[in-house]
Write a protein that binds this ligand. Structure first.
Ligand SMILES: Cc1ncc(COP(=O)(O)O)c(C=O)c1O
Length: 416
């Protein structure tokens, strides 16, 4: 049958993918604000700081030098060398520039990796709660996401026995994001060793290590997985970015290190989709990685202050629970006790999505439902916002929760 052009029909591949729920929620919060509503927006995982001046200066210098031609697909030699040096220092293993790919943010590198390796029916194991782009990037390739739920009682960390059961002959990748978005979960050396032991029993599975929050840790940094298990090196793709560490989300600069054959296959994908990363962003990224690192410590101190506000603020709200985040700048409180309660307008809170909708409508706080991250009933708030904003959000959430009433049936049962 011939379809008239007016009946737009996306490809099956695109029909399987959603627009990022985080971006959609952020856009909605911004639209409400523009329409005059007083909205505290905690939906987006983006540093509220500006990119440090020496990084901007490097970009301007690149422009002044006429560094405006097509980039090498894999990244400029100087930046690949800097990234290789950083991964070598982190892992204690010698990474060569040929084992590094520079991409348009961690997001593109993850999409490159799945595009380069996943065939229909291949399985990608993703612990939940997860960053929503993981399953969508998998869906685009025709692979199958195997969601592996984690428990709040374990700090949302993988249970090695459950991991062992989830990995199988069709597993192409295990995704390991630590510190994690949205839970802030992080693994210590013993926990990494336990995961490595499971991985050794499944030699066909690659490991995508998403380390974009590795410079945002509130305690002593644990060792890198490859320090604990250097024998896994031929199976690990480590993905990182300037985005969160250097407040460079808009520059779209990420980098990955892994086995050379995999990096080459990812570069084939990249060569056809984007031809590489803006030369100006790469010059800025080089300055970020090789220049002064004071900003990283300053930003961490600010996030730590806000994290304290959030941990204490959520603890003071009856009905909410929280596994304190070890890293990143998100909290993922539990709201199980609020499910089944009634809003002041009589509507029932039947899910975490209902709860975040209530927070937005009633309290003017924009947060993300746990459902968007594959685990309910929870919600995510980002504390990459200034302390006053975080304090105001907590005040509003506390007030909104206090205004909820037990459902009549529950109230009657409680009265008996
Ligand atoms: C876990 C995780 N990985 C990757 C990204 C994307 O990073 P980038 O902006 O460098 O593409 C994000 C951004 O929110 C994230 O939370």
């Amino acid at each position: 049958m011939i379809h008239p052009v007016s009946e737009f029909r996306p490809s099956a591949r695109v029909a399987r993918v959603r627009i990022s729920p985080n971006a959609a929620a952020n856009a909605r919060a911004k639209a409400l604000r523009e329409a005059g509503r007083d909205i505290v927006n905690l939906t987006i995982g983006e540093p509220d700081f500006d990119t440090p001046p020496h990084i901007k200066a490097a970009a301007l210098a690149a422009l002044a030098h006429g560094d405006t031609k097509y980039p090498p697909t894999e990244g400029t030699p100087a930046l690949r060398a800097a990234v290789a040096a950083r991964f070598s220092a982190d892992t204690g293993l010698a990474y060569a520039p040929a084992e590094v790919l520079v991409g348009n943010g961690a997001k593109q590198l993850i999409a490159n990796a799945f595009s380069a390796t996943v065939d229909a029916g291949d399985e990608i194991v993703v612990p939940a709660p997860y960053w929503p782009s993981f399953p969508d990037a998998v869906a685009y390739t025709g692979g199958r996401t195997v969601i592996l739920p984690t428990a709040e009682a374990r700090g949302f960390k993988l249970d090695p026995a459950a991991l062992d059961a989830a990995l199988g002959p069709r597993t192409r990748w295990l995704v390991l994001n630590a510190p994690a978005n949205p839970s802030g979960a992080d693994y210590d050396a013993a926990e990494l060793a336990a995961i490595a032991a499971v991985l050794r029993r499944h030699p066909g599975a690659l490991v995508l290590l998403d380390e974009v929050y590795d410079r945002i840790r509130y305690g002593a940094a644990p060792p890198h997985l490859l320090r604990v298990a250097p024998d896994l090196r031929h199976r690990v793709l480590a993905v990182n970015a300037a985005s969160k560490t250097y407040a460079m989300t808009g520059w779209r600069l990420g980098y990955a290190a892994g086995p050379e054959a995999l990096i080459r296959a990812m570069a084939v994908v990249q060569s056809q989709f984007t031809a590489g990363v803006s030369t100006v962003a790469q010059a800025a990224g080089l300055a970020a990685l090789t220049g002064p690192q004071d900003f990283v410590a300053e930003a961490l101190a600010a996030y730590a202050e806000r994290r304290k506000l959030v941990v204490e603020g959520i603890a003071a709200i009856p009905g909410l629970t929280l596994a304190a985040p070890a890293g990143a700048f998100f909290a993922f409180p539990g709201c199980a006790a609020l499910i089944g309660t009634l809003r002041p307008d009589g509507r029932i809170i039947a899910s975490d999505a209902d709860f975040t909708e209530y927070l937005l409508e009633d309290a003017g706080v924009a947060a993300m439902p746990g459902a968007a991250f594959g685990l309910s009933p929870y919600f995510r708030i980002s504390f990459a916002a200034d302390a006053a904003t975080v304090t105001e959000a907590l005040r509003r959430i506390a007030r909104a929760v206090a205004a909820l009433a037990p459902a009549p049936a529950l109230a009657a049962a409680g009265a008996r």
